[in-house]
Write a protein that binds this ligand. Structure first.
Ligand code: FCB
Length: 481
């Protein structure tokens, strides 16, 4: 290797050039940033209910105000433009559009997203819209939420409404964000809203979320007019095994974490081994004839969220069982049927979430997906890191020096570039997150933004990582950190 900046074993490369047309952007989600929880007719979602439940979220934090994006829209759009972002991935709050999840459109709620999308387009930024980033209207949860098949049909109706309203302007429609979390953290472990803890319900939710995706794509296609891309975003698990039982443990977790989604979505069938592993929990009779055909819709791009890896082995049944799967401990398990699997603590370094930093895992994930689904374009729809940040006042104004976040991003952009060089059809990269926000069960204790938010004043300050990213976006070349 003649250029020491490239091919580094630690993935700290610089000077690598991304192809023309590579879409550099950043991502957020409605409940995490918008605030204005009670304004302009918005109805409550499961995250409003959950965050107001004592003990559910660290420090009792809620998204009532969040980053107050609802009232700082123009300023936030200007900031995206200043950073030169090509794309912005946001989510739409279903209960702003339909306060009870069904019925007529709340025009004021819709108007907010019209302003958002038009504001992006005026600034030359592509809108990547996610229809569902975990904030189910509470009224639908009251009827069973994702354990109720009707929720999938209500979602399709909401998708049709949004397609009819914005279907001349959206660049990419993403149906669901990380259905794994919605199903298993929401209905299995109870770490997320609605906080239920029943393995059978979690698996039922998996299927109804998959079905909702298929139905929504079908509805969107009927009404959009501008030839957008259709997509779904998954948090696929890079699972490594340890010891003699490693391969078996990997098979089970890969099944529940990855293949139970990839199977129906991209192959039109549920993996037989997952059905067998979970047979004592459910008979899967909620999968009706024709469902997997509905789910198996062609998508233009598969969204991939990646943060870290998992290490698993078979538990010996005697030593205390480790459950270092990266998710907050809660009353139930997010891995129904995998009672023999143990998640082993991995080597650091770690981010502030306690997640191990492993850029090789991103390269491995992208390459393995592309080998299995060679005709399926991919997009990294989330990657980024939480670290404690401090706002400092300097002679030329406020600043946040976050070298660890920049280092994390540099190493993961290197991983993405290596995947491209190995032939992966990777279309773009959306950094999580555009700004600090409500990190679900961890509330405001974790800062993922490349833009710092002072939650008292709502003043925004681009961190050093944002300035580094702006250079990458402007040149297409990974700058030295
Ligand atoms: C993902 C979520 C996103 C954010 C990041 C850190 O699982 O999609 O909203 O919380 O993790």
């Amino acid at each position: 290797m003649t250029d020491s900046r490239q091919g580094n074993p630690d993935y700290r490369d610089s000077g690598l050039q991304f192809p023309d047309g590579f879409i550099f952007g950043s991502a957020t989600a409605a409940y995490q940033i918008e605030g204005a929880a009670d304004e302009d007719g918005r109805g409550p979602s499961i995250w409003d209910t959950f965050s107001h439940t004592p003990g559910a979220v660290l420090d009792g934090d809620t998204g009532d105000k969040a980053s107050d994006h609802y009232h700082h829209l123009e300023e936030d759009l200007d900031l995206m433009q200043r950073l030169g972002l090509h794309a912005y991935r946001f989510s739409i709050s279903w209960s702003r559009i339909q306060p009870t999840g069904r019925g007529p459109v709340n025009e004021k709620g819709l108007a907010f997203y019209e302003r958002l999308v038009d504001g992006l387009l005026e600034r030359g930024i592509r809108p990547i819209a996610t229809l569902y980033h975990w904030d189910l209207p509470q009224a639908l949860e009251d009827e069973g939420g994702w354990t109720n098949r009707e929720t999938a049909y209500a979602f399709a109706e909401y998708a049709r409404i949004m397609g009819a309203a914005l279907g001349d302007r959206i660049d990419t429609w993403t149906t669901l964000n990380e259905p794994w979390c919605s199903a298993y953290l929401g209905y299995g472990s109870g770490a997320h809203a609605p906080g239920r803890t029943d393995g059978a319900e979690a698996l039922t939710a998996v299927h109804h979320l998959n079905l909702a995706h298929g139905l929504a794509i079908t509805e969107l296609r009927k009404v959009v007019t501008n030839d957008p891309d259709f997509s779904i975003t998954l948090n696929l698990h890079v699972v490594r095994g340890e010891g003699a039982g490693g391969p078996e443990a990997v098979r089970q977790i890969d099944g529940l974490g990855n293949r139970v989604f990839l199977g129906p979505l991209l192959k039109g069938e549920y993996p037989a081994d997952v059905l067998a592993d979970t047979a004592a929990i459910t008979d899967w009779s909620f999968v009706r004839p024709g469902d997997t055909e509905i789910i198996h819709q062609p998508i233009d791009v598969l969204g991939v969220n990646y943060y870290s890896t998992n290490l698993v082995r078979l538990w010996d049944g005697e030593t205390p069982r480790q459950n270092a799967d990266g998710h907050k401990d809660a009353a139930g398990s997010p891995w129904p049927g995998a009672d023999r699997v143990e998640f082993v603590q991995q080597a650091g370094p770690y981010t502030d979430m306690g997640w191990n930093i492993e850029p090789a895992g991103l390269e491995e994930l992208l390459v393995s997906l592309s080998e299995e689904f060679p005709d399926q374009p991919l997009m990294i729809t989330e990657n980024g890191a939480a670290f404690p940040d401090t706002l400092v006042q300097e002679a030329d104004g406020p600043a946040v020096h976050d070298p660890l976040r920049t280092d994390y991003l540099q190493r993961h952009f290197t991983a993405a570039h290596r995947a491209l060089a190995r032939g992966v059809d990777l279309r773009g990269y959306q950094v999580w997150s555009f700004m600090d926000n409500f990190e679900w069960a961890y509330g405001y204790s974790k800062r993922f933004g490349i833009v710092y938010v002072d939650y008292d004043t709502e003043v925004r300050t681009p961190k050093d990582s944002a300035l580094w990213y702006a250079k990458l976006v402007a040149t297409g070349i990974i700058p030295a950190a």
